[in-house]
Design a protein around this ligand. Sequence first.
Ligand code: NAP
Length: 489
Amino acid sequence: MSTPQAQPATPHFANYINGEWVTSSKTFESRNPANTDEVIGVFSKATTADMERAANAAEAALPGWASMPAPARGNILYKAADILEKKFDQLGAEMTREEGKTLPEAKGEVRRAINIFRYFAGEGSRLDGVMVPSERERVHVFAIRKPIGVVGLVTPWNFPIAIPAWKMAPALICGNTIIVKPASVAPLSAWRLVEALHEAGAPKGVVNFVAGSGGELGAALVNAKPVKAISFTGSNDIGHWIHQEASKRRLRIQLEMGGKNPTIVLADADLKMAVENVVNAAFFSTGQKCTATSRAIVEEGIYNKFVEAVVERTKSLKVGDGMKPGIEIGPCVDEGQMDTVLKYIEIGRKESGEPKCGGKRLTGDGYDKGYFVEPTVFADVKPEHTIAREEIFGPVLAITRARDFEDAMRIANDTPFGLSSSIQTSNLSKMFDYVYRAEAGLLTINLPSAGVEYQLPFGGTKDSSFGPKEQGPAALDFYSDYKTVYVKY
Ligand code: NAP
């Protein structure tokens, strides 16, 4: 008779308000999208009263945190980064299990979050102001940065640790106190950042974590009196709602939203590199990167060869549980996202014809308990087709034929979105033409459209974004304000 194995209890993750871990009577589960039998964690579901408490706690903590020397605030971020570093492998595995991306991708993202914490910790010793000569004699003029106050940070599930990190770290270093509202499908990675800050000695009330339905908590956050600014990353619909509501209170807002990112492939491109870059940008992380390529716009002269090579490479991608070595593409994050992807594939079939590869949910051994969709390539997609116009946020690539560079530029820019954009070419003159004319905030040349670095400004144009850029030195401009001083001496 076999001995019954003790099942490890599912961990419970409480909210964090005013320096204390606060449980709720209501909870929600986060499940592994590669194996929905596995519960990653049970989370306390915050109420609107919890959101109010968090906002009040953040307000009470503000004077102390804002007056702490910025390098001392930086030391807390450095300590938190060291704590995260010690848990590096654990955090990577947790992210793969909560979001589905492969373990190497997840570890890369954890590395990025640690680097972001250290980068902004360093900003604590560099926070600059303005010092210029006065027009008047014996008058000294300067401007110093000051925090904005209590800031609400609303984050999506697709980069569950990097996006919270790139909002939390600059907000904190500038002296703001924060309320973090993570995505409900993947809240654990953000919770770990908060845990690290708690262990690093962030004073009570400086960092608050409130998990639960955005639909229920959103209004409470936007209307909480102490909140002075909101930084949001997510879908256009929610972003527009926040814009409307937050503008009524004249909150400072920063919105990073959807995309329909093009990669132009010109006939003079290095074919092998272009294929690798497009496949990487379209399918890695299951196409669930905001900067993913969802449209390849390919010049006539290279079109047939490109389609053939992309299809061949796409068919070779290994789809499965991202914890397994060799897997390149994980599942969609949840059932809703998978259904959206499958719905768009059906629309694509009707408007653009049968896909050249993929097109189905994966079933059978190793797939039945997850949300796996075959990486799917549509060719000869017309620019007006739905799959070339609407964000899908999954492993679906639409390839469109362009007559020449001018035609490709026109098609690439003909979208309300403007997040990222890429070109594959060896022609220097066209590269620069592209740099000046591409309507997107993030451009790559002979690289995948996805894959940004934290030390540079990040964000889009047109309907993809609103407000100042994130990351790099630009982030400080959203999270601080100037106080200008004139002195007669
Ligand atoms: P989402 O549905 O808009 O959710 C984003 C966040 O907003 C979640 O925390 C969500 O909470 C919360 N939320 C929902 N309703 C709200 C409300 N009424 N008020 C305030 N917050 C509310 O987006 P998602 O599905 O998580 O992420 C995918 C989208 O994000 C895609 O469109 C993608 O392009 C975009 N994205 C953009 C960037 C960028 O930098 N531009 C980066 C990553 C992702 P719940 O989870 O509880 O609903």
